[in-house]
Design a protein around this ligand. Structure first.
Ligand code: MRU
Length: 346
C-alpha cells in the first residue's frame, strides 16, 4: 500500500514485473519491464531496484518468472536459478531469505508455482505495509518516552522509504509517521556517497511529503552533533545478526560511532525478514563490493584523473554496542541484543 503521491518502485502486471529505474531518479521517471529471471538478477545487481525489502520482493517475482518460463523444472535447474539470483547482491539478507522461501514453494508443487509465487509476492508487499506501520509506531513511542512533546531534529542515512520498501518505509517510515503526529521539526539527510540515495531519493520522498529537511554530506554529522543539532538518528538495515551487529549502507557505522560519542541515540529499524539468525556476529556477514567506477564518476561523468582507482565496499558493520535500539515489527530490542532479538523469533 503506497502513500498518496509516493512513487511505486515495484508492481506486478498480469505476466510481468515493472520496476521504476531508481538510478535515474529524481530527474527522470522511467520504468523497466521485466519478463525473465535474468532481467531480475540484472535489475537488482545494477540497482535499478534497491533497498533490502524491495530486493526481496523483486526476487520473489523473479522466481515466479523462472517458474513461468521453465517448461520442466528439475532440482538442478532450480538450484542454479536460486544461486544465480542470490548472487546479485550478497549483503541484503532479504534476497536469500525470499529465494529460499520460493524454492520451498516451487518444490511443493512445481506446476502451480507461477500463480502461487505471484500471489505470495503480492501478499508479502501488503504485509510489509502493516509491519512498517507497526515499526513507525514503536519508533514514535520511543521518541516520546525520551523527549516528550519536543519537536525533533532527526538524521537518516541512505534511503529507507517507499522506494526501498514499496510502502511507508523503515527508518524513513518512523520519520514520516512521527512528522504526521507533530513530533518532527526537521530531517537531516545524509547524501550517502557514492550512489547518493540520500540526495536523490530520500530528499525526493521527504519533499513529496512536505517534510522539512536538508541534505548534508555525511562528513558533516560530527559537526552537527557537536552543535547539538541532532536529537536522534534512524537508519535501516540490510542484515542484522543474532548479537545485533548490523550491516547497512556504508557510512552507517561512522554515524553510529559519532552518535555514541555525542550521546545522540541511534536506532536501527528493520523487519524480521532482514534478520539473519544463522549468523552470530558481524564478522560473518559478506560485504558487497561494488564497481570502483561508482566512486570515481557521478552519473557517467568521470571526476578522478584517468588511472586513479577506488575501493568501494557498499555496506559496513555497525557493532551493536553503538546501537541504542533495534526496532522490528515485533517491538524494540535494547541492551542484551542476543536475548532481546531472540524474543522476536519466539
Ligand atoms: O545499496 P542500497 O541502496 O540497496 O542500500 C540500501 C540500504 O542500505 C538501506 O538502508 C537498507 O536496504 C534498508 S531499506 C529499508
Amino acid at each position: 500500500m503506497k502513500s498518496e503521491g509516493a512513487l511505486n518502485p515495484i508492481r506486478w502486471e498480469e505476466d510481468h514485473l515493472v520496476l521504476i529505474d531508481q538510478r535515474k531518479l529524481p530527474l527522470t521517471e522511467s520504468y523497466e519491464k521485466i519478463t525473465t529471471l535474468e532481467q531480475c538478477h540484472d535489475a537488482i545487481k545494477v540497482m535499478v531496484v534497491r533497498g533490502a525489502p524491495c530486493i526481496g520482493f523483486t526476487a520473489i517475482f523473479g522466481m515466479a518468472l523462472f517458474a513461468k518460463n521453465e517448461s520442466q523444472i528439475d532440482d538442478t535447474k532450480l538450484k542454479i536459478a536460486a544461486a544465480f539470483l542470490k548472487s546479485a547482491r550478497p549483503t541484503a539478507v532479504n534476497l536469500a531469505f525470499e529465494v529460499d522461501r520460493c524454492v520451498d514453494l516451487i518444490l511443493s508443487d512445481p506446476k502451480s508455482a507461477f500463480d502461487r509465487l505471484v500471489s505470495f509476492g503480492q501478499e508479502q508487499m501488503e504485509k510489509a505495509y502493516h509491519e512498517n506501520l507497526s515499526m513507525a509506531e514503536t519508533g514514535l513511542k520511543e521518541l516520546t518516552a525520551r523527549y516528550g512533546d519536543k519537536k525533533l531534529r532527526l538524521m537518516t542515512h541512505c534511503n529507507t522509504g517507499h522506494l526501498a520498501c514499496g510502502c511507508l518505509g523503515t527508518a524513513l517510515g518512523v520519520i514520516s509517521h512521527s512528522f504526521k503526529k507533530g513530533a518532527v521539526e526537521k530531517v537531516w539527510v545524509d547524501e550517502t556517497r557514492p550512489y547518493l540515495q540520500g540526495t536523490r531519493l530520500s530528499s525526493f520522498e521527504l519533499w513529496k511529503e512536505s517534510i522539512p529537511h536538508q541534505v548534508v554530506v555525511e562528513g558533516a554529522a560530527s559537526e552537527l552533533m557537536r552543535q547539538g543539532l541532532v536529537d536522534a538518528v534512524f537508519v535501516g538495515a540490510d542484515r542484522i545478526v543474532k548479537n545485533g551487529d548490523t550491516a547497512n549502507k556504508v557510512g552507517t557505522a561512522t554515524l553510529a560511532i559519532t552518535a555514541k560519542n555525542y550521546g545522540v541515540p541511534f536506532y536501527v529499524i528493520a523487519p524480521t525478514s532482514s534478520f539473519d539468525m544463522a549468523s552470530s556476529c558481524g564478522e560473518e556477514i559478506e560485504i558487497e563490493m561494488r564497481p570502483e567506477e561508482e566512486v570515481l564518476s557521478i552519473q557517467g561523468v568521470r571526476l578522478a584523473a584517468e588511472g586513479v582507482s577506488a575501493y568501494n565496499p557498499s555496506f559496513d558493520i555497525t557493532k551493536s554496542e553503538f546501537i541504542t535500539g533495534i526496532i522490528s515489527e515485533k517491538g524494540i530490542a535494547k541492551g542484551n541484543y542476543v536475548e532481546e532479538i531472540e524474543k522476536f523469533f519466539r
